[in-house]
Design a protein around this ligand. Sequence first.
Ligand SMILES: Cc1ncc(C[n+]2csc(CCOP(=O)(O)OP(=O)(O)O)c2C)c(N)n1
Length: 291
Amino acid sequence: MRMVEIKDFDTYAINTWCPGCGNFGILNAVKQTFAELVNEGKIKKENIVILSGIGCHAKICDYINVNSFYSLHGRVPAPATGIKLANPDLVVVGFAGDGDAYGEGFEHLIFGAKRNTDITMIIHNNRLYALTTGQFAPTSPANFPGRSTPKGAPEDPLNPIEIMLASGATFVARTFAGDIAHMKKIFREAILHKGFALVDVLQPCVTFLNTFEFYRERVYDLQEQEHDTSNWEKAMQKAREWNYMDGESEKIPVGIFYKVNKPTFEERVLRGKRLCELPIPEIKEVLDKHK
Ligand SMILES: Cc1ncc(C[n+]2csc(CCOP(=O)(O)OP(=O)(O)O)c2C)c(N)n1
């Protein structure tokens, strides 16, 4: 078997992210993770499908040489679920922005988690709408002076880790775009997890909210401590340690909060059949049962 190299995942597209953007770290970590998983025989390159929402993060589809699909703003989990259902052999990884996934289409993320579709969602959480030049988003710090709230956003941020745990996600993790080794560890576990995996990536936006130093001083790895990833209550406790409120004394846990195995949506819908191999009347029959 020919070993793949990282450069096999390169494309000819010119990268237009701002120099120093946290998205570069995510891109590198994802390419390295894919290459390692392919070379270990855990996944096939031709079976990888990536999807994105709309925003700066979404350009990642242009920068990785695998099957890809640009979806609608905030709607990545919907086509990702369809793709996985049509062919469960595919390894489906969705990329979304925080404005995209936690704002425009949070209900899609919640239902992806509720269904336990076997997809991985990687959220580039720069805590604002970057492509449209810095409007506040659901995880923006309180009083954030974004383009749409020049006097400061009069709202507290929401905590997506908490919401994903409450929605039934079977894998919930957080990592930091300034730490490639940690991202690789988490992306790998998330992709290999059978079920819905949410990875919130703390991604500094060097142009509108440069948080590299802030995170570097505060993140600590849950897996370097005693943390039982099968305990939902403990995961919730850890999730609440940092509510995306940026106090001086905050410590920010990264790593795997929660990981359990449950039947996936495809397993429950298809019951051993393959949707892409069924004649159309049978597809209708399978889907009708789940109306
Ligand atoms: C339905 C819809 N609403 C709004 C827009 C305009 N829009 C395009 S990109 C974007 C911001 C995306 O922000 P985010 O999802 O956080 O991604 P980032 O650019 O920060 O990576 C918005 C609001 C759109 N394209 N479609």
